[in-house]
Design a protein around this ligand. Structure first.
Ligand code: PAN
Ligand code: ZN
Length: 182
């Protein structure tokens, strides 16, 4: 029997690592700096639970994780993850929508193309290599999804922290729309 399970709310079992990201940790990702500064910096934006059955960097190994993004907005921009490229750029990943509604936002390595896929319970998303990825909660309850990625992929957050994505996802009269970064 598997030692790890998803009980509908959380990953349970041995060796589950947890991290949380609050508004105060995410000052560089939201474009409306004034709106960001006006919100409580301790507010929880998302949590990640992961299971790393092999050592980070193991070629051929896989990691599995769950992400839970709370509903909310910073200005017109939805609560979202930091986003990253994989350090080994050709490493792909799979996301599976579990609960709530959101958008997976993807950007090509040369920044020329940004596109989005709708996430909902049961949706399956293949994130190709060389593609930055982040997720936004566009609904009014928690968005949760599962992820599986290669153990040697690594996370390059710096490139996104410095330049962001070339488009941002904003609420336009209740509809999520990708627009050029202001
Ligand atoms: C996911 C992400 C998770 C949180 O497991 O790490 O959704 O997003 P950030 O890592 O961008 O904060 C994944 O893509 N792993 O590779
Ligand atoms: Zn990833």
């Amino acid at each position: 029997m598997s030692k790890i399970a998803f009980d509908g709310r959380h990953l349970t079992g041995e060796g589950v690592e947890r991290l949380s990201r609050k508004l105060g940790d995410l000052g560089d990702i939201f474009s409306d700096k004034g709106a960001h500064a006006a919100l409580p910096q301790g507010r929880l934006v998302y949590e990640v639970e992961s299971v790393l059955p092999v050592k980070e960097g193991t070629e051929g190994g896989l990691f599995v994780g769950m992400t839970y993004i709370h509903p909310g907005k910073v200005g017109r921009e939805y609560f979202m993850t930091k986003g990253h490229f994989h350090t080994i750029r050709n490493r792909a990943e799979v996301y599976i929508g579990i609960e709530g509604e959101g958008m997976l936002i993807l950007m090509s390595e040369d920044r020329s193309r940004v596109w989005a896929e709708k996430m909902r319970p049961g949706s399956i998303h293949y994130i190709p290599g060389h593609t930055a990825h982040r997720t936004a909660n566009t609904g009014n309850r928690i968005l949760s999804f599962g992820a599986v990625w290669p153990a040697d992929a690594g996370h390059d957050y710096a490139t996104i922290s410095e330049n962001g994505f070339s488009k941002i996802l904003v609420d336009m009269d209740g509809v999520p729309v990708l627009i050029d970064k202001p």
